[in-house]
Design a binder for this molecule. Sequence first.
Ligand code: ADP
Ligand code: ZN
Ligand code: ZN
Length: 801
Amino acid sequence: MKIASVIVDVPAMQTDKLFDYLVPEKWENTILPGMRVIVPFGPRKIQGFVTALKADSEVEHLRAIIEPQDLVPVLNGELLALGDWLAEETLCLKISAYQVMLPAAMKAKYEKSIRRLDHQANPLLDEMFGNKEEISWKEAEARNILPSLQKEVKNGSAEVVYAVKSKANKKMVRMISSPLSLDELNEKIGTIPGNAVKQKQLLQFFLVHPGAAVPAPELAKTADASSAAIKALIEKGWLREKRKELYRDPYEHSTFQKSDPHVLTTDQKQAIQPVLSSIRENRSETFLLYGVTGSGKTEIYLQSIQAVLNEGKEAIVLVPEISLTPQMVHRFKSRFGKDVAVLHSGLSIGEKYDEWRKIIRKEVKVVVGARSAIFAPFENIGMIIIDEEHENSYKQEDNPRYHARDVAIFRSKIHHCPVILGSATPSLESFARAQKNVYTLLRMGKRMNNQPLPDVSIVDMREELRTGNRSMFSTALFEKLQDRLEKKQQTVLLLNKRGYSSFVMCRDCGYVMQCPNCDISLTYHRHTNEMKCHYCGYQTFVPQVCPECGSSHIRYFGTGTQKVEEELGKLLPHARVIRMDVDTTSRKGSHERLLKSFANGEADILLGTQMIAKGLDFPNITLVGVLNADTMLHLPDFRASEKTFQLLTQVSGRAGRHELAGEVVVQTYTPEHYSIQLAGDQDYESFYRQEMMMRKVGAYPPFYYLALITVSHENVMKTVAAAEKIARFVQSRVSGQSVILGPAACPVPRIKNRYRYQCLIKYKHEPKLKETLTTLLEHFQHQIASEGLSISIDVNPNRMM
Ligand code: ADP
Ligand code: ZN
Ligand code: ZN
């Protein structure tokens, strides 16, 4: 008798444990750990993951598994272990940890079927599939042939497919080839009657292209033949048809020219050596590749990956979502061609699923993707790279609240392989670890072109105002803009949107429109003339008169990108401007299109938000202007200075990357702030020292660890009461070394009509903290389940809002 341990898909703490189920005899050889199954749960049937099989159970009267959901495991042993670890580290439910590792297409609601892949004559397959290409899971189940199908899936003759609704249905092509030898072809051509010219032409095609396999429509076109002629020849057995899936390749229209490795510079050689040894010696080691922008880090990634591929292993490369631009993808595709799968949020559910299956089927060896690509189901990982490791987007902001860096290090230990964290402005945490030799520091201080880093001037906007310049462009920036226009060179203008937005205010009474559900002012969107809430999506039209006092003197404040664009239009009417922000890039592919046209020189100025700060590598950019450097400094977040420094350094790095020297103008109202001064000097290490002092004084990371508990409820009194209870609960259980801040209202105190309070735990060493927090959640279970209280715990939070 076999027993399966199952994690069930019920998102609650009480059910976050293993349940034992009997494996029915007919499934005994089918069900394996890592498969999803349907099990009875109370009166319901639900999905679960089998985590292990065993011989007996302490529980009496076990119920039996109803049926399997998969024929091959969807999570291998490593990923199951990773899921358990994730659940423990991030305090999430095991079920969410398992689910986050799978593509969305595999959610239970999608219909499944089994498709035949092998079309050679095979009585077993013929029997199961008849003359059909695909049979539904239900039919296979009813006919009791799932166990035999499982064998075919294992040996690659069939596969389970998930019918993703909408446009994501699989495209199949009929590939035509000929089984005949050249002599046979010649002979058959001779036997074809004179009136069947088309058939002759078809066979002649294969005479000229021996061994070719061509999509049927293409063949018909090239050989100038009809599909009827093709069919006739297939019936005679002179041509053969095999169906092949056409992947929904988002890059199908791009061409990638093969790129060869560069000869490494001395700096690069020094940096790559330790990585190569670690690959050779199968050593799990974390490297921090700290290299200024343009120092050739990407080339280091490419050549390390080559070393890994030479060993027959696989590599995962994470890049921030925003820099998954064609430029970056191009560099990997042109080096490794079809061995690369790309995973990013712009793909449809079906496209993501396709890329995932290429990994499972071992058709690719390199994955380049955003955060969740860290779960790529490779089985022989030789290297994990995280580019721009300091980026916020590597931390997932809802359950499971994992950081890709931690997952990378976990997997590297299992696979005995190195991790490279790359950045020009490493996170303080990582640099501190490198200082303590927890990570191995690799430095590259020079740019490839030996160009000095661009010259940065900091402009005090208060001075500009005093001298009567009320425009959003300082005199210095404006003159340089004109100069670049004359020289036909390109400019990047950054409008720092974070912590800043355009809002509508009444000039008579000062009324600012607020979201009715959230305590935050609405953002004005010019092109639709609407007001939007960025937290809950609420939107409304701009009022003609002030709702408060009736005045018609209502106007919008703030410098949105649209407003900058307008002003540019007035001041420099001949300048061609491309604007990139959430509004112009929301449609699929638009991001790429805009960048491409800028690269082609179709515009003089690229104006945009944070999304333009990274990854651009265009030779003709010689000026970067930052319109408002300090808006982020005032956010209630202890990382505000770090984020400001990083952004300014990143965007400055866009200028002068090739032959032409670059220049940067930073406009600010707080020119004396160290993060702006030191970004101006491009002096990361001084910034690091200064900021470490601030963190030490404030008892923040990397000196202390943090855990943030956020409580929310529709009723403000209930929220406060629960938050206070929680603070007391934690206080009574942690050591005297730890500090508990709060409860206090969150920086955004209400979202979607729920009030929000938070407690922050700062600690150095609390071995029992996770246990305490788990107990806390259990303690409040009742209120969570029946009173609509919500408690979220973020261990090592990235965002303090
Ligand atoms: P980073 O990733 O550090 O910003 P890149 O890898 O983009 O730097 O390198 C900057 C430029 O230098 C790129 O255009 C790249 O193709 C080029 N480059 C990198 N390494 C070499 C090399 N060894 N020889 C010549 N050119 C190189
Ligand atoms: Zn008013
Ligand atoms: Zn809102």
